[in-house]
Design a protein around this ligand. Structure first.
Ligand SMILES: [Zn+2]
Length: 261
């Protein structure tokens, strides 16, 4: 019998726990805890095969971001429903049985919620930062409203043999949406989580009509509500071939250039 808990570390204010897939199944969902499959380091290295399913993640959270098996595009989870934005920008629902090499979710229970309007990309980021509960290392973000000048991107599934993520994102598709009503969701992780997660903000978008979405490179908020949920725990499910590595030792510039927002 293998142990469910395979690694447990404290990185500053962040409690990082690595689990097997069975461990994730037995790990109860809880508010203010983020649950993740895979690591950003593995994704950077071109490891696009995960073993956890979208359904297993949805059992632990109703808001999240990531990708699907084989790097199928940008995953957006809003209100407990998972959608994938593929390399053509097409949005489709994702079934519970689909696996993921990298995704993070939480059971979103906002601690702060404010209305906001007229925020350019920098202003929106600053306002989200201002809303962050003091002393929390992990921030989950949800912004509902009317957006303008959305700059979005997605990637085309590369096929096997898998190339490193840098090769895939070099051919990523970027596009601009002049105006859309919808929801921006994602996380801000601390620098200490680099390699396991994307340090800083990582946000995805899904329009209210489920027709537009993607990884957010920039967004202007015309009018809407900013809600944030803070926590100090990140539980990471790792396939058997994957280790947690050395959190914090990752190439931050490479991560930001490929996965930053
Ligand atoms: Zn993304």
């Amino acid at each position: 019998m293998g142990r469910d808990v395979i690694d447990d570390r404290l990185l500053g204010a962040l409690h990082l726990r690595a689990l097997t897939r069975a461990g994730l199944r037995h790990d109860p969902a809880a508010e203010h805890v983020a649950f993740q499959a895979g690591t950003i380091d593995a994704l950077l290295a071109g490891d696009y095969d995960g073993d956890a399913t979208i359904g297993e993640l949805l059992d632990h959270g109703d808001l999240g971001i990531g990708t699907t098996q084989g790097l199928g595009g940008e995953l957006v989870i809003v209100d407990g429903r998972a959608f994938l934005v593929d390399g053509a920008g097409t949005v489709s629902a994702v079934g519970r049985d689909v696996r993921t090499p990298f995704a993070v979710v939480c059971r979103f229970a906002p601690e702060v919620s404010v209305t906001a309007h007229g925020l350019d990309p920098d202003g929106l980021r600053s306002r989200i930062e201002e809303c962050a509960p003091a002393g929390r290392s992990v921030l989950a973000v949800r912004v509902d409203g009317r957006f303008e000048d959305l700059r979005l991107r997605s990637v085309r599934a590369p096929g096997r043999p898998y190339p490193p993520l840098a090769e895939v994102t070099a051919h990523q598709r970027e596009w601009t949406v002049a105006r859309a009503d919808g929801t921006l969701v994602g996380f801000r992780f601390p620098d200490a989580a680099a390699g396991v997660e994307v340090p800083g903000f990582h946000l995805h978008f899904l329009s209210a009509d489920h027709l537009v979405g993607g990884h957010v490179l920039a967004a202007t908020l015309v009018d809407g509500t900013i809600a944030v949920d803070g926590g100090d725990e990140l539980h990471v499910e790792l396939p058997a071939h994957l280790g947690l590595g050395v959190p914090g030792a990752a190439d931050r510039a490479a991560i930001r250039s490929m996965e930053g927002g």
